[in-house]
Design a protein around this ligand. Structure first.
Ligand SMILES: C=C(O[C@H]1C=CC=C(C(=O)O)[C@@H]1O)C(=O)O
Length: 411
């Protein structure tokens, strides 16, 4: 599968020197469909309750147009936590193109810049930047963990869980790896991710790029969906080993527990606002090129048609696939134990339209562009009994797609 014409030409020195700034581009691809947005506006939102404020801001910007029903799409990428020093990003491209198996089309994008500016100024913590500009966060590599640091972090979590006497049941911990990369490398990485991981959602929003298999929430015509992943094993060397790993994943009590906390967190958060199609869906095993996951699909109908997909996400996030159980304690422990602010890693990333419908994934196995490089990040869920050395191997498997896409030597 390829979408060459949505991506800039690369390969010659002249083409690479002229690539569009990566941080300003919007890309979203799944299966054989892809979107690219260019230019336009950026809204940055700081402070508390960023998702609900972004939802309200978007609705005001849409409603303030002469024809509120005219098609328009915005892309959102928000930090894991409202405590992050990095703002939530809303990109509203001026120009949108869509590629499918049948070709490439410009798609209508009805932005009213004055209505957007009014909506931004009504929110005290929002800023509007022109030309699709998105500032890059600072490099944090000095304080990052290496493999040994990550293993020590896992041990620290296990000790805290043991001391909590069952009160802290699960925590997801992550690590970063910053590597050099320029804009052309990042465009090339998108092409590679698209080619190698068509089962995932490949994204680039405001300099954050990745290939995620996890969908936090879709909202379409009153229907809501979510795909929760938690509990993973690396791929085997051959089919027989893969079959054994899949069987272990489906039956291992610790991995099952790790998954159940995540699925439960989504079901419990949706139950007050959604009529669930199945209140207790069973997990299946999802196999990706680099890893096997336990996966639960959740579907239902919204009881109240107001709001946007971001309000559904605000009710869900952070799920125990990226936070833990109970959520507030897990998020506090993550803040205390992890050496680097997660920024937009493990945060919601996706799009919404004029009806508030959309598709919001979890920004996993991704990279954040920083000056001169890209900060890769992945994590894993810990429940009592986790083995630090196995967790180090799992993170390596999760970082593999981005490392391969960037052409980084694999040791
Ligand atoms: C937090 C991440 O993965 C989550 C999603 C799927 C499986 C997970 C796991 O098995 O630990 C994690 O909960 C990540 O990839 O950065």
């Amino acid at each position: 599968m390829s979408v060459p014409t949505l991506l800039p030409e690369l390969g010659t020195a002249a083409a690479e020197a002229a690539v569009p700034p990566f941080a300003r581009a919007v890309l979203w691809a799944h299966g054989d469909a892809a979107w690219r947005g260019d230019d336009g506006w950026t809204v940055l939102v700081d402070g508390p309750d960023r998702l609900r404020r972004l939802s309200a801001l978007w609705q005001a910007a849409v409603a303030g147009r002469e024809d509120p029903a005219a098609p328009v799409r915005g892309w959102v990428s928000a930090p894991f936590s409202d405590d992050s020093v990095e703002p939530a990003v809303l990109r509203v491209p001026a120009r949108l193109r869509r590629s499918t198996a049948s070709g490439i089309r410009e798609t209508p994008q009805h932005v009213d810049a004055a209505a957007l500016a009014d909506a931004v100024s009504a929110d005290g913590g929002a800023r509007l930047l022109p030309d699709g500009e998105v500032p890059l966060p600072a490099d944090t590599s000095e304080s990052a963990w290496d493999d040994a640091g990550y293993a020590a972090g896992v041990r620290e979590l296990l000790a805290r869980m043991a001391a909590s006497d069952g009160a802290l049941a699960k925590v997801v911990i992550s690590r970063t790896l910053t590597v050099p990369a320029d804009d052309a490398d990042l465009w090339r990485a998108i092409r590679a991710l698209r080619r190698e991981y068509p089962q995932t959602w490949v994204f680039a929003v405001g300099g954050l790029l990745g290939a995620t298999p996890e969908i936090l929430a879709t909202r379409h015509a009153g229907l809501v969906g979510s795909r929760v992943l938690a509990g993973s094993l690396p791929r085997g060397e051959d089919e027989a080993e893969d079959a054994a790993l899949r069987a272990r994943l489906a039956t291992d009590p610790r991995l099952g527990e790790e998954h159940r906390w995540a699925a439960r967190s989504v079901l419990d958060a949706l139950a007050p606002v959604v009529d669930l199609a199945d209140p207790d869906p069973a997990p299946t095993v999802l196999t990706l090129p680099n890893v096997h996951h336990l996966a639960t699909s959740v579907r239902g109908r919204l009881r109240d048609g107001r709001g946007t997909v971001l309000d559904v996400v605000a009710a869900l996030h952070p799920t125990a696939a990226v936070g833990g159980t109970p959520t507030p304690e897990a998020v506090r422990v993550i803040r205390e134990v992890e050496p680097v602010d997660r920024g937009r890693y493990a945060g919601p990333v996706g799009w919404l339209d004029q009806d508030g419908d959309g598709e919001i994934a979890l920004a996993l196995r991704c990279g954040q562009q920083v000056p001169g490089g890209v900060r890769l990040q992945a994590g894993g869920g810990m429940v009592p009994g986790a083995v630090p050395e196995e967790e180090v191997t799992e993170i390596r498997a999760k970082l593999l797609p981005m490392r391969r896409a960037l052409g980084i030597d694999l040791d």
